[in-house]
Design a protein around this ligand. Sequence first.
Ligand code: ADP
Length: 773
Amino acid sequence: MEKNLEVLPLIPLRGITVFPYMVLHFDVGREKSIVAIEEAMLNEQKIFLAAQKEAKIEEPEEEDIFETGTICNIKQILKLPGDTIRVLVEGESRGKLTKYIEKEPFLKVEVESLVDEDGIKNNKCEALVRSIRKNFDEYIKLSGSIPIDTIVTLEELNNPGRLADVISSYLTLKQEKKQELLNTYEVEERLQKLLDILINEVDILKIERKIGVKVKNKIDKVQKEYYLKEQLKAIQEELGEEDEDKKELAKYKNKISKAKLPKNVKEKALYELERLKSNGGYSAESGVIRTYLDWILDLPWNKQTEDNLDIKSAREVLEKEHYGLEDVKDRIIEYLAVKKMSNSLKGPILCLVGPPGVGKTSIGKSIAHALNRNFVRMSLGGVRDEAEIRGHRKTYVGAIPGRIIYGMKQAKSKNPLFLLDEIDKMSNDFKGDPADALLEVLDSEQNSTFRDHYLELEFDLSNVLFITTANSLENIPRPLLDRMEIIEVSGYTSEEKFHIAKEHLVAKELKAHEIDDDKVKISDSAIQLIIDSYTRESGVRSLERKISSVIRKAIAEIMEKDKKRIILNSTKVKTYLGPEIFTYDKADEEDKVGVVMGMAWTGYGGDTLPVEVTVMPGTGKLELTGQLGDVMKESAKAGYSYVRANAHKYGIEDNFYKEKDLHIHAPEGAVPKDGPSAGVTMITAIISALSGIKVKHNVAMTGEITLTGRVLPIGGLKEKSLAAYRAGITTVIIPKDNEKDLIKIPKTVRGKINYILADKIDIVLENALVKNE
Ligand code: ADP
């Protein structure tokens, strides 16, 4: 090995090891290094490059720089923006740093250049060279990152040391390994080290490749499937078969063109179909689009049924399907007649108001039947969100149209009779008032362009005949109420119930149970018994249920005991239904002191409300017992005050309250009662008790009272009258202001009861108290 000493500028390199014969470029930014370059350029353009032991050191000292480096020729320098210089160098020979000559303004060192001798000295060396070549070939193949022609260049190299250096410069190795190779001056030793490293690297590459193949195999499989699918598609196309997606798209297209949609709806449908096409069959979005298209296609945009405006046949249908309800039927016929005349069914919406089970829904159905329209029913009970009427926007997950559009889909025609049940049971919350949305639905001026949030299209509701039902008028939002024509359907008398049961319910239930009417027969007395003792309601719903229940039990018995037929009489009903559940207050047999029959309105219709008052020595306390509601307690107190203020008028000692206690008691029936109509009853009972004058046993009364003795009107007169009638009362005292309601009372009842109109409590007392005592 030849050795020469040279003095050269040094540049410490960070993270790079330069081998002799290697060509590379690197960037120089450090002040000292730039000066070193400049110095080198002024001389022989030679520089000594040695690696730093740790790359991060900014100002390396002697001990931070490896002693062995490479003497290089600078081939080119390029100024880069920001005081950086890019230097292209070519390694010339290995160099060993022997001395630092200067450290400022740049590192100047004395270097011993070490040049390898040419030629192969011995067989061992030859063997090493061959092995290295072989392994490097393999390395090139496996790594794939070294240009193949490198091999050709290497073929020509016959200096083993140089060969080692060139190969070393090509390997991707850790810096310390590279430095180690550079540090090895002895050629044979260097070759040996390089061979070890190469064998190891080749090994690693082989393992890497194995792993790589596995991963690749997986990817290949996916690609293969894709490829096969594409091929399949091509084959199917070739054979004229369409794939599922295409079939589906075609199906929709066909449906859309057949559906006779209005122009804008069709456009929208085709637009969505286009979106479905571009979304592909399996995306979440395409599911949404499909549902939407189904909705559009299912709606009766243009389907219509022919109206039957033949008033006579409409009347027949109504009569056939419902007993009684004369005024309701009349109103409906009038309504239809007007519609027929004006040739449109626009106009106020009918609202049937009455207690549950009086046939509001079923008469609605009959009207549809009579008119030959499809019937849909939607309950508004519990609806409190505008979106329930008008739908959710499609952007909501799982959005669906509102109930109106839902109903229209069920209706299957654009002119159904749409029954909106329980319109008084809607409420509102922070999500908007459903009543507002309903206003639009019911408004004939607006509803031809009803817009559902989900549908995003206008739907024409102007041909729909809306009928609403409610239990009471109180809770119907005012603006809605203004748009409706109210038809009251009040409760039935026991006679009416009897007719309804006999003429409708029994037959209906027998039919529902598919049993011949000669197998199970219900006697009149049994029906009456069920009405009186097993039901308490204004309508006939639980009557219907009880009838159904006895029929079921009869069928069971027929089956079980092999009977031919069963006659359901009172005794049978009692064994089937158990002990009687309800008994009614009956009017007392004789006149009594302090006992007055009042009347109240409950959720189940009218009921009698007896009030009892007793007087006992005491200190003027007023005691109230029985299940009196708050309003009734107020009535009792007001009545008491009135009596104290007017005691003398009725022959009662002025200061009675100083030494007497009063106890007012309202015996609780099966149903809780409350309401502002017990004032007159309380006063009458108190006065009777204090004065000792008896109250007529066949008189019942209702009315609220002011402190000056005026009698105020009450509600539910018909229901109350029915209750009094049922209890055997013959005289009913009512507020004078309720006179107008008398015509609503069924004739049978009006014929049997003597109504007395009272505007002042005096009139009530005059008629209720037994005279001459
Ligand atoms: P609502 O809607 O007023 O609560 P429904 O219409 O549900 O009452 O009536 C309950 C049941 O009673 C139905 O089976 C109905 O046919 C029957 N019904 C009610 N009133 C009559 C009637 N006047 N004639 C015949 N059946 C009736």
